[in-house]
Write a protein that binds this ligand. Structure first.
Ligand code: AP5
Ligand code: MG
Length: 214
């Protein structure tokens, strides 16, 4: 089962991708998480990516494509995977298709988590991420048991640098210009499924399970 999660920044791609990965026993591959781990570890890739991410811009395609193509060829991906935050541009989608064709494989679903812009800023300003394990929460919609402390590992929670309101506006503009065209791309490919991302986290997940099957 090979799945792509589409949707605006803050639509809930990461939240749903984690639940899909757990239910179906497939890896969750988030390019944003990979870049954030590289930034934390001070790698060359992390240094390059950070200059774009802090402005709410996309990291150039050439820094992303090989990374993902290499990742999906690994052993743990043989029964499928859920891609979160990739592809994000038409050239990325084309590169992914070509790599899969070369392997004799194809993508099964592109799930668009649909949330209007008005809801997005509230989602992101309330999001908190764990400095230790990267788990994400929301002050209002997905709170931790103890305030400011990760339920999973007990470390401190922070607001992501790119979740500041001025950067969120840029990320939304970039989404509409560069990523939204993928909805047409996957509609034409016949694999697009849309879910209403404004519903509760569990209800969105139920809608996805109905698409993927129990
Ligand atoms: P990335 O990390 O992918 O960020 P994004 O797409 O902007 O998406 P987010 O992670 O912000 O949102 P999400 O949809 O995962 O929402 P979440 O589940 O957390 O990318 C960051 C940056 O890296 C990019 O800007 C770019 O620079 C670079 N990058 C990454 N991939 C790239 C690529 N392929 N090419 C080029 N550059 C790339 O949910 C948000 C909040 O809402 C949470 O607090 C959550 O608890 C809450 N929530 C979720 N669902 C619900 C719900 N149903 N109801 C209420 N609250 C909810
Ligand atoms: Mg995410």
């Amino acid at each position: 089962m090979k799945i792509i999660m589409l949707g605006a920044p803050g639509a809930g791609k990461g939240t749903q991708a984690k639940k899909i990965a757990a239910k179906y026993g497939i890896p969750h591959i988030s390019t944003g998480d990979i870049f954030r781990a590289n930034i934390k570890n001070g790698t060359e890739l992390g240094k390059k990516a950070k200059t774009y991410m802090d402005q709410g811009l996309l990291v150039p395609d050439e820094l992303v494509v090989d990374l993902v193509v290499d990742r999906v060829k690994q052993e743990d991906c043989k029964n499928g995977y859920v891609l979160d935050g990739f592809p994000r541009t038409i050239p990325q989608a084309e590169a992914l298709d070509k790599a899969l064709t070369d392997l004799g494989e194809k993508m099964d679903y592109a799930i668009d988590v649909d949330v209007p812009d008005e809801n997005i800023v509230r989602r992101m300003s309330g999001r908190r991420a764990c400095v230790g394990c990267g788990a994400t929460y929301h002050l209002e919609y997905a709170p931790t048991k103890a305030e400011g402390i990760c339920d999973v590992c007990g470390k401190e929670l922070i607001l992501r640098d790119d979740d500041k309101p001025e950067t969120v506006t840029n990320r939304l503009n970039v989404y509409h210009e560069q990523t939204q065209p993928l909805i047409d791309y996957y509609t034409k490919a016949g694999i697009l499924k849309t879910v209403d991302g404004t519903a509760d986290i569990e209800d969105v997940f139920q809608a996805i399970v109905e698409i993927l099957g129990a």
